[in-house]
Design a protein around this ligand. Structure first.
Ligand SMILES: NC(=O)c1ccc[n+]([C@@H]2O[C@H](COP(=O)([O-])OP(=O)(O)OC[C@H]3O[C@@H](n4cnc5c(N)ncnc54)[C@H](O)[C@@H]3O)[C@@H](O)[C@H]2O)c1
Length: 277
């Protein structure tokens, strides 16, 4: 899809991948709609791209709230008259084994990581279809949506769901004859704010998996060791949008885990423990 002069909507725009999507979309000459819970972070992203002169709208948004995502779409159409590239990117992570995950862990992570994407699709895709012409949706999943590493079950469930949701969306949009492309972003570990996700956790959902500190620390160490940057991920993502590619698997090291999982299913084997980068 040609990006110049079009409008990008980015959730999770206050940090990490979302901020880098904003920088690259602005460099492509796109208007920006920046959405996040973190109002100070949104302002910092806006400052970072202001000099490009593109139109920028910041909208404090909780993607777990369907009415807020609907308001985001309304404001996008009001300000820019349309929306063309939607990044359903806001996300959070929780660690620990399955049996000790709290109901609050499940509600928090699924409401943001899965339902946030569902709300984005429900509010934006019908408007994109009505507007006609090319558009594109990028859903941020993870390698944890392609394999099932231990110690991060709630997160994995949310991200596997985003992968299949994206595949279903792709088929439905093709069958309906639209010009709307879809990509699903599946990165391995990258140093962003993700290991500090609890900063965005609502007070009423604070009860965490009692084993989260131990498991979370292991994950934090792998994240700290990552050499691929959020900018690298954003560059690969924008290239995939321009070329209309569906799967964006950014860490080649994760391929063998994906392949082993699929082979294991076809051979009716028990799952192998995946290494994820
Ligand atoms: N960093 C990694 O290693 C990694 C790997 C694979 C996938 N991901 C995914 O990438 C996406 C972006 O994460 P990141 O790594 O840039 O982390 P990040 O913490 O730097 O950015 C996530 C952003 O989402 C926002 N957010 C959280 N809850 C929200 C809510 N309810 N409503 C609106 N905004 C909310 C945060 O304020 C933050 O600005 C997430 O979906 C994450 O699961 C990250």
């Amino acid at each position: 899809m040609e990006l110049q002069g079009k409008t990008a909507i980015i959730t999770g725009a206050a940090s990490g991948f979302g901020r880098e999507f904003a920088v690259l979309c602005a460099a492509e000459g796109m208007n920006l709609v920046l959405a996040d819970l973190d109002v100070a972070g949104l302002a910092a992203t806006k400052d970072l791209v202001a000099a490009t002169g593109v139109g920028i709208l910041t909208v404090p948004t909780n993607v777990a709230k369907p009415e807020q995502v609907e308001a985001l779409a309304e404001q996008t159409w009001e300000r820019f008259g349309g929306g063309h590239l939607l990044f359903n990117n806001a996300g959070v992570a929780a660690a620990g084994p399955v049996w000790s995950a709290t109901l609050e862990d499940w509600k928090w992570v699924l409401d943001v990581n899965l339902m946030g994407v569902v709300h984005g699709i429900r509010s934006f895709v019908p408007r994109m279809i009505a507007q006609g012409g090319p558009a594109h949706v990028v859903n941020t999943a993870s390698v944890a949506g392609l394999v099932s590493p231990p110690g991060m079950s709630v997160y994995c469930v949310s991200k596997h769901a985003v992968v299949t949701l994206s595949e279903c969306l792709y088929h439905d949009l093709r069958l309906a004859g639209t010009k709307i492309g879809v990509s699903v972003l599946c990165p391995g570990f990258v140093k962003t704010g993700i290991a500090e996700s609890h900063r965005n956790r609502p007070a009423e959902l604070r009860a965490t998996n009692p084993m989260a500190p131990v498991y979370g620390e292991k994950i934090r160490q792998v994240i700290e060791a990552s050499t691929i940057t959020a900018r690298d991920i954003a560059e690969q993502t924008i290239a995939a949008v321009i070329e209309d590619r569906f799967y964006i698997v950014t860490h080649p090291e994760s391929d063998c885990g994906v392949s082993a999982r699929l082979t294991g299913i076809l051979q009716r084997d028990a799952p192998k423990m995946p290494q994820i980068a």
